[in-house]
Design a protein around this ligand. Sequence first.
Ligand SMILES: Nc1ncnc2c1ncn2[C@@H]1O[C@H](COP(=O)(O)OP(=O)(O)OP(=O)(O)O)[C@@H](O)[C@H]1O
Length: 277
Amino acid sequence: MTTTPTGAKSPGTSTALLDVRGLRKVYEGRGRDVEAIRDLTFSVGTGELVCIVGPSGAGKTTLLRCVAGLLRCTSGEVVLEGQRVTGPPPGMAVVFQEYGRSLFPWMTVRQNVERPLKEKRVPKAERRRLVREALEAVGLAESHDAHPWQLSGGMQQRVAIARAVAYEPHILLMDEPFAAVDAQTRADLEDLVRALWRRLGVTVLFVTHDIDESVYLGQRVIVLSDSPTVVLEEVAIDLPDERDQLATRSDPRFAELRARVYRLVQQAKGGHRPADA
Ligand SMILES: Nc1ncnc2c1ncn2[C@@H]1O[C@H](COP(=O)(O)OP(=O)(O)OP(=O)(O)O)[C@@H](O)[C@H]1O
């Protein structure tokens, strides 16, 4: 990644930060095994924003949990910054869909954001600064003393994003983070992720089942097949870096890319594998 004087990135100049190689995951049950992921190989470059899209049940959550070191893969490996992932890596933060369950209701917004920094043993003055800056970045500076249950769903998800950002991760994983919020809030949060990504230069791996969202957000979209999952295709999103909910979505190139990803996901639902595509 290179950075301009304003902090914005020039895409296409990255080196691999994350490598997923031949990942396979079989859930072993009593008398019945489920092969959720068959063989996934892809890389994410430093500073890239990559979206993963695929039909329901394609194994997106399984993949993210393996990448996050929360689930052991059956074979293959996940390598982050040259180190094989065997448990939650220190340079990673995850934002889940269920913000309601990921925040501690008895803690204030500030305490929620500060907690992982305490665990990381960041000194107090530094912690205060990181929390303040993260809450400002997500537009919640005024709400630091509120409790999560006093906030709307969209605001709670902003707290979860602030907590991830304050941690200063090298890579941010997001698992369908906006699936449970209304359409307007979702659009605002999409723009927030793009803005934070451009400003902070953090690498983002964003999982969604929403095709439009994947094209709007990503520099690249990795389309997964139906389970047992393989990579069906990677689509480069050659839209300008400056994105806008109205202008970008009415750009004819957006429509073309959306149609391309849509057709691939339809193929995936029909059980097509890369060899058939
Ligand atoms: N703990 C588990 N035990 C057994 N099978 C599981 C388990 N978790 C997931 N699976 C199976 O693995 C496959 C992939 O599930 P996963 O939740 O990763 O898909 P997904 O793409 O995230 O789905 P969705 O988009 O609907 O959230 C599915 O067939 C699912 O039934």
